[in-house]
Write a protein that binds this ligand. Structure first.
Ligand SMILES: C[S@@+](CC[C@H](N)C(=O)[O-])C[C@H]1O[C@@H](n2cnc3c(N)ncnc32)[C@H](O)[C@@H]1O
Ligand code: SF4
Length: 487
């Protein structure tokens, strides 16, 4: 139980049901496809037996390989003096921000999904107003310059931001007073929160892009992961959101769900295409040791769905979506048409507000306390809500930049050269290897990941992201003001 200061005890009790209320155990993760089928599909897709072996079967499996590759790659790019350590940041003052992407974290959900690794707690109406006040107080910590701060976009994520529909207006007003937001305002929510009245309110608040967490349209799979709506309700929610006229509607799907087959996943993708959704983001189910899913499965360490299962599904997804007019816009995301691309994570420099939000500006990363009551107490008392920070060396900064550009799945060659000016030899060698291995192709001044490259990068990013998330979230979800965390 957290030690909380300055917040009424009923509020504290409600908020400290962190990650517990509403959780149901996940069923075991099993895949029923035969190895022969995997191998045939992948050989036909042009993958070598070596790749199939190294990412799929045997005692030296894909997770081991990607772990070694991720560590070697980080050491190669970030250099021997890398110091990826988050340290306590008492009394932290943010650096002057002149331009950034913005993120706002709303930690409330009406039901807590067992597999969810994020900083979220059961919704309590009594917490909504104090949380909004805390966000406004945190915003004030960035004020003081003569001009508004240039912001590329604002992304409101969670949790489930529509739980705070009544407070979104004042919070957005606070953001617009301080920042000149050039691009889109995007917000994510879940199926159960979508009604015609809700989407009308969101449009009235000038939300441009909506992301809807559907996960699957299959009732059996939804039940298996503890989602509390039906496939029919998900289809209805997509239609309601489309009718509201957002500039873009993204649908989140998950794959490698317990008991899901390739045809099951293809049926979900077919529905997305039939419904005319313009963007779809598909992630495999991640199991984090610290989440309920991790605990209920007794995972001794990070364990993802088996790489060979992910590989078959990744290829099926790629082939299906590209065949239906979607283009890859990130390692996980595919888009059709011209609306703004929906992405929560791929900004160079960003400022995050709210409990558990992370920021990265001018070689410095920091994280707010993940504990909602502590976050509110700190902001209400005029104290910094920042719990941890980490300074980047120029080489660490370069590798961090490259990591996110690879996530985008394409990058400007001129920008790449600029960033690696001090390390041109390393860059040249890396690119030469990537070309020989068929991971990248060059077109119109940009490098694009090929499907093979995207698959390998997705494996590497799983490893890096899951390791970082597991270390940071695993500690911060239980300790509001942690000590050092070595990544
Ligand atoms: C944090 S949720 C926020 C949106 C909303 N609360 C919802 O659940 O629909 C954003 C997305 O994260 C993804 N997600 C959450 N937990 C995940 C996990 N363990 N593995 C893979 N994706 C996950 C889901 O696709 C979800 O739509
Ligand atoms: S997946 Fe979405 S609704 Fe479920 S607990 Fe996580 S943030 Fe909340």
């Amino acid at each position: 139980m957290w030690v909380i200061s300055g917040i009424p005890s009923a509020t504290v009790a409600a908020a400290s049901r962190h990650g517990e209320g509403g959780d149901v155990p996940l069923r075991n993760h099993k895949h029923g496809w035969s190895d022969k089928y995997y191998s045939t599909v992948w050989l036909m897709a042009g993958y070598t037996r070596y790749e199939i072996y190294m990412t799929g079967t045997g005692s030296w499996n894909g997770m081991n390989l990607t772990r070694v590759l991720a560590r070697t790659g980080r050491r190669y790019l970030a250099g021997p003096d890398q110091d990826f350590v988050l340290r306590p940041a008492t009394g932290f003052t943010p650096p002057a921000v002149t331009r950034a992407g913005l993120y706002l974290h709303i930690p409330f959900c009406r039901s807590l999904c067992p597999y969810c690794p994020y900083d979220r707690i059961a919704y309590d109406a009594d917490l909504a107003e104090p949380y909004a006040q805390a966000v406004l107080a945190e915003l004030a910590r960035y004020a003081g310059g003569e001009h508004k701060i240039q912001a590329s976009s604002l992304y409101i994520g969670g949790g489930t931001p529509t739980t705070m529909l009544n407070q979104l207006g004042p919070m957005l007003k606070g953001f617009h007073e301080l920042f000149d937001i050039a691009g889109e305002v995007a917000l994510e929510t879940t199926v159960g929160d979508i009604t015609p009245a809700v989407v009308t309110r969101l449009r009235a608040l000038d939300v441009d892009v909506l992301s809807l967490g559907v996960q699957s349209f299959d009732d059996r799979l939804l039940r298996a992961i503890g989602r509390i709506y039906s496939g029919e309700a998900a289809r209805e929610a997509v239609s309601v959101a489309q009718a509201a006229g957002f500039q873009s509607l993204n649908v989140d799907l998950m794959f490698c769900l317990p008991g899901q087959t390739v045809p099951d996943f293809l049926r979900d993708l077919e529905l997305v295409a039939q419904l005319g959704v313009d963007q779809v983001t598909c992630c495999p189910l991640f199991s984090f040791p610290y989440s309920t899913a991790g605990r209920s499965q007794g995972l001794p360490e990070l364990r993802m769905p088996p790489p060979r299962g992910r590989r078959v599904m990744y290829h099926a997804m790629h082939a299906f979506l590209e065949g239906h007019g979607y283009r890859r816009v990130s390692v996980w995301g595919f888009k059709k048409g011209q609306g703004p691309r929906y992405s929560s994570v791929t900004r160079d420099e960003y400022v995050g507000l709210g409990a558990g939000a992370g920021s990265h500006i001018q070689g410095l990363s920091w994280f707010n306390t993940f504990c909602v009551p502590e976050y509110m107490a700190a902001c209400a008392a005029g104290r910094s809500p920042v719990a941890l920070s980490m300074a980047f060396t120029p080489a660490m900064e370069r590798s961090f930049w490259l990591y996110w550009r690879l996530y985008d799945s394409s990058l400007d060659i001129g920008e790449l050269r600029d960033h690696f000016r001090a390390d041109a030899g390393k860059l040249w060698l890396l690119l030469a290897k990537a070309r020989v291995l068929g991971m990248v192709r060059e077109e119109a001044g940009r490098l694009w990941l090929t499907e093979r490259g995207a698959f390998w990068i997705h494996l590497l990013q799983n490893e890096v992201a899951l390791r970082a998330v597991d270390r940071i979230w695993g500690v911060c979800l239980h300790d509001p003001w942690p000590g050092e965390i070595r990544l």
